[in-house]
Design a protein. Structure first.
Length: 137
């Protein structure tokens, strides 16, 4: 999307840090199975994270459109839209997993806990509503 944003050696270094998983080389340890609570908690956190990512992509779209060179704009917007579609699929399937746990009380507990935590993190990162109003005033 942004030609020339990274030097070739920087891209090579970034790509070398991406873990590779396949059937012969995975880091899963069958002796360390997670508890049901841990699985519910992690799945709730994934769902919240995916919702946050989709919201960020929607908010970022106009900036990408504005900042991307004309010759790359349609490709960039198509990519952003595709990423948003992908996030919506992730939101849907993690929601199905959460519903499938069947333990509404535990799901509600972790959803409330993680949403409160998420809201606190967001407030620290973004600041107060007053600060946001001042930026757009």
């Amino acid at each position: 999307m942004f030609p020339g944003a990274f030097a070739a050696q920087d891209l090579a270094r970034l790509r070398s840090n991406v873990p590779r998983f396949d059937r012969e080389n995975d880091s899963l340890d069958a002796d360390r199975l997670a508890s049901t609570d841990a699985i519910i908690d992690e799945t709730v956190q994934m769902n919240i994270g995916e919702v946050r990512t989709l919201i960020n992509q929607v908010l970022m779209r106009p900036f990408v459109a504005y900042l991307t060179p004309d010759e790359n704009r349609q490709r960039a917007l198509k990519l952003i839209d595709g990423l948003g579609d992908d996030e919506a699929v992730h939101i849907e399937y993690t929601a199905r997993l959460i519903e499938g746990f069947g333990n509404r009380d535990r799901v509600a507990h972790f959803a409330a806990l993680r949403l409160e935590e998420f809201n606190g993190i967001t407030r620290r990162e973004v600041g107060s509503a007053e600060g946001v109003r001042e930026v757009f005033a």
